[in-house]
Design a protein around this ligand. Structure first.
Ligand code: 5AD
Ligand code: SF4
Length: 448
């Protein structure tokens, strides 16, 4: 007999609110957390005022991400005052990094759960409900939450994310992720395929496979190119995307699979971080500028119409003017469609925090970041201008935020295209659209 069946659900009727910060992995984790707690009788609410339990799923990747969370905890004081029975928890990367320290001080929380401790949340909540503190920040070598069906919070019901692996083994010298999310492990491909099929059956038309470095996915005989092939074979109606690729590992075999499958989207996020080989060495990225450019050339060979996007960090340890200029010249050489751009933020516990001084003055970091942003704006606009006059297949995702009588969707390259709504077009449809105009951020088009 199942002992659990005899135990009444602890959270019956209690309302749970979860707020999510940081990357797409965190969004997926929140969906797993809600699924686990619904099993326990908690009801998910989107209204924080009525919550009995508030969980904040946090990010530690830069200091400003953590500062926002501290600010949020201070905001929550008024909710706690209004409802003394309210329980607040910090989960995710910041929970992992700060552990018990989060249960101390003015904004002490009652629940702390690291990214591998979510199955233990029912117990941690019980501890908290009975006046104690529930803390679990153990990292695991195996946990992938493989069989837990996430509760989908996606806004549009068309495009969903599937985590295919967890953790990271790369140890880039600036990055806290290997410490907060633990070692890399891959999820059973059967559960990934099952989740993708189920999304398709529920009306979804696009899945994005997620991991810190999807190219090192491996489960038994199945590596990432093989996984992509199997997901792409589910249905020609299902678009497949993936993120993120480490440039050291992106293989020709993956590019071959992509070239052979039109429903694998022509968009690769390939974080360069820097365009300078000496800087890449200090960052422990394990590739050179030349290697990176060769990989981009390979992408263009196999997939001439593929968008390439990136992440860049300004002002990492010891960055010289010349190294900074190498980043600008790499950007020009690749002609990125889009980039996420950051000022270096030292993270306690990383290799850099111990051995590589954070010695670029903040004004210099800010000025370099500004230059990078301005250049990227030029490149994005130039890339959009090249698309004017071209035709694309667009997956319709929703109504335009600015104008109700317009719809928007994305092309295979992941660019947003806005066009006039009409009665016969609905969210989830594929349409052919010709681009007629553009802004730096969007393409404008007409149906054909
Ligand atoms: N400071 C600034 N940016 C960082 N990133 C990771 N760690 C740091 C840090 N310490 C950026 C990288 C990474 C993205 C997710 O965040 O560009 O690709
Ligand atoms: Fe995601 Fe990294 Fe932030 Fe953790 S630290 S939430 S892995 S971006």
């Amino acid at each position: 007999m199942n002992i659990n069946a005899l135990r009444p659900l602890d959270g019956v009727g209690k309302k749970l609110f979860v707020e999510t910060y940081g990357c797409q992995m965190n969004v997926g984790d929140t969906e797993i957390v809600i699924s686990i707690l619904q099993q326990e009788g908690y009801r998910y609410t989107e209204r924080i005022e009525e919550a009995d339990v508030i969980l904040i799923n946090t990010c530690s990747v830069r200091d400003n991400a953590e500062q926002r969370i501290w600010g949020r905890l201070a905001d929550l004081r008024r909710f706690r005052k209004a409802k003394p029975s309210l329980r607040v928890g910090i989960i995710g990367c910041m929970a992992e990094r700060l552990k018990e320290r989060l249960t101390e001080g003015r904004d002490a929380v009652e629940i702390v759960a690291g990214p591998d401790a979510y199955r233990d949340l029912p117990r941690l909540l019980r501890e908290a409900e009975s006046g104690g503190r529930g803390v679990n920040t153990l990292l695991s070598q195996e946990e992938t939450y493989a069989e837990i069906a996430p509760v989908r919070l996606d806004r549009n019901g068309v495009s969903g994310f599937i985590a295919i692996m967890r953790g990271c083994n790369n140890y880039c010298s600036y990055c806290v992720v290997p410490y907060t999310r633990g070692i890399e492990r891959s999820r059973d491909p059967e559960t990934i395929l099952g989740e993708a099929r189920e999304l398709l059956a529920n009306g979804y038309r696009e899945v994005t496979l997620l991991g810190q470095n999807v190219n090192s996915y491996r489960f038994g005989e199945v590596d990432f190119p093989e996984l992509m092939r199997r997901v792409a074979d589910i249905s020609p109606l299902l678009r497949v995307r993936f993120a993120t690729s480490h440039p050291k590992d992106i293989s020709d075999r993956l590019l071959e699979v992509m070239a052979a499958k039109p429903n694998i989207c022509r968009a690769i996020h390939l974080p360069a971080q820097s365009g300078s080989t000496s800087m890449l060495g200090r960052m422990n990225r394990k590739y050179t500028r030349e290697w990176y450019l060769e990989r981009v050339a390979a992408i263009r060979r196999y997939l001439p119409d593929c968008a390439v996007t990136t992440d860049l960090i300004a002002g990492f340890s010891g960055e010289t003017d010349e190294e900074h200029r190498d980043t600008l010249s790499l950007m020009r050489e690749v002609g990125y469609e889009f980039a996420y751009m950051f000022k270096y933020s030292e993270r306690p516990g990383t290799f850099a925090s111990k051995h590589l001084p954070d010695d670029v003055p903040d004004e210099v970091k800010a000025a370099r970041l500004q230059e990078i942003i301005e250049l990227q704006n030029e490149l994005s606009l130039a890339s959009n201008r090249r698309d004017v006059g071209r035709e694309f297949e667009v997956l319709v995702e929703g109504t335009s935020r600015k104008r109700k009588e317009q719809l928007f969707g994305r092309n295979s390259q992941n660019k947003v295209i806005v066009f006039d709504a009409s009665d016969d077009v609905k969210v989830g449809d594929y349409l052919r659209v010709r681009v007629t105009d553009c802004t730096p951020a969007t393409l404008l088009g007409v149906r054909i």
